[in-house]
Design a protein around this ligand. Structure first.
Ligand SMILES: [Zn+2]
Length: 445
């Protein structure tokens, strides 16, 4: 078996290197090749992790939370294997391990932080048997996948039960995630924000309104956003659990700050949803037994990767790229953009490829009317479904410019814009847009 493993590691490393040379997000290829050569490669390599294995699941915030958790463990002096790029299906997870292994087929790692696509947990969990699972939230992804949340929850619960000693670190403010953790029988630790932070005017779709245990409509004393808040069931007594890691004194503006345990956490990010991502990472390191003394230093140095509020500067224009793939994520993105009061241009790119969901009617559930504001100097719509996006904006009386080609749109706004540009893109538009920005960044000013 050892020969196979070494062959798989070599082949994957060479493939990974070749794909990188070709400028591709080619890690999944490396994983595919390794699995073909050595089907048990994931079991073999993950069993070499010296201490613990984390898996991060949930609809939104997986990549940021997982990368932050990895950085927090590294700040504690640990060697960590991590699928940083967010390749979260089986091949991507395998790639993280094989590309992190040495040429002799050995892995030198104390921890692993693995972001896992929910449906792929079926293949990932039995192989790596995680010690901890961080469950961020469960939102509806797209309208054309009705029943998706129920299917996802069934898969996750089945997988949690397969690893009964695994501790679930769960967002207690989300009734769906909390229910899963409680119902699975696994030990669990909760995080959340026990008191209301902002007035919530947005009329968002709330998917978790009904009690998963008995079907009754849940009572909410308040919402943070979407279905996250303080809930209780009037019939069966299901309610938000006591929070082990409770963020207090939460302030969201140009930066985020809050208090948890005896620590004052400060981060240079926008977006209320990032409080949850930071809190999840914090709960993760604390649950693994660290004092998290270096947590603020880690946050200060942390650079979100791969289009999660990723910053670029091109020819004097500051550009922020962010993924917005479903109504809950989009609404949070819009709030984050609007926290920046300075003048700005916006580009929205919407595709309808298979991974995006071909039905994009969910755009009608996003509160675009918040973009009707003095500070928004222009909105450009791009991507395969730019016409739909334009119609959606027109419906709330917001004019937009149409430019099917993202690169053209970016070039034009760099030329005639206010120097502060936000790009909100859905899933398949993300990598191409990021590559365009990287390319423009390298061009001589
Ligand atoms: Zn109930």
């Amino acid at each position: 078996m050892k020969i196979r493993r070494i062959a798989a590691v070599w082949a994957a490393k060479i493939a990974g290197f070749a794909c990188k040379k070709m400028g591709r997000q080619g890690v999944t290829w490396a994983g595919k090749i390794a699995l073909r050569l050595c089907p048990s490669i994931l079991e073999e390599l993950s069993s070499q992790v010296r201490e613990k294995i984390f898996v991060v699941c949930g609809t939104n915030g997986k990549t940021t939370t997982n990368n932050m958790l990895c950085a927090a463990l590294e700040a504690e002096g640990k060697k960590v294997i991590c699928n940083h790029t967010g390749s979260n299906m089986l091949n991507g997870v395998v790639a993280a391990f094989v590309l992190g292994a040495k040429w002799n087929g050995r892995l030198d790692a104390d921890y692993a932080c693995i972001e896992a696509d929910e449906a792929s947990t079926r293949y990932i969990f039995p192989a790596i048997k995680p010690d901890y699972m961080v469950l961020t939230n469960l939102f509806r992804d797209q309208l054309d996948r009705y029943g998706e949340i129920d299917i996802t929850m069934n898969i996750l619960e089945e997988m949690m039960r397969k690893v009964p000693k695994m501790t679930v670190i769960v967002n207690g403010d989300d009734a769906l995630s909390a229910y899963l953790a409680m119902d699975s029988g696994n030990p669990y630790i909760t995080y959340g924000i026990s008191r209301p932070v902002m007035k919530n005017e947005a009329n968002e779709i709330r998917e978790g309104r009904f009690c998963k245990r008995c079907g009754e409509r849940l009572n909410y004393s308040f919402y943070h956003y979407s279905q996250l808040g303080d809930y209780s069931c009037p019939k069966c007594g299901f309610a938000r659990p006591e929070l082990n890691f409770d963020a207090d004194d939460v302030k969201v503006g140009d930066q985020i700050s809050f208090r948890v345990e005896d620590k004052h956490i400060v981060a240079n990010y926008k977006g209320f949803y990032n409080v949850y991502n930071i809190l999840a990472a914090y709960a993760g390191v604390r649950t693994a037994g660290f004092a998290a003394e270096h947590f603020n230093d880690m946050l200060h140095a942390f650079n979100p990767e791969n289009g999660r509020m990723e910053q670029f500067r091109i020819k004097g224009t500051g550009i922020t790229l962010n993924l917005a793939k479903n109504p809950a994520g989009f609404n949070q993105n819009i709030s984050a953009v609007m926290q920046d009061k300075s003048p700005k241009d916006i580009i929205i790119a919407i595709n309808d490829n298979a991974q995006d969901g071909i039905d994009i009617s969910w755009l009608w559930d996003v509160d675009f009317d918040l973009f009707r504001d003095e500070s928004i100097r222009s909105i450009t719509v791009c991507g395969i479904r730019c016409q739909d996006m334009r119609l959606r904006l027109k419906y709330v009386d917001i004019p937009s410019m149409l430019e099917t080609d993202v690169e053209q749109a970016v070039r034009k706004r760099i030329g005639d814009g206010v120097g502060n540009l936000y790009l909100l893109v859905n899933y398949t538009a993300l990598y191409s847009t990021r590559n365009i920005l990287k390319k423009l960044e390298e061009e001589k000013a």
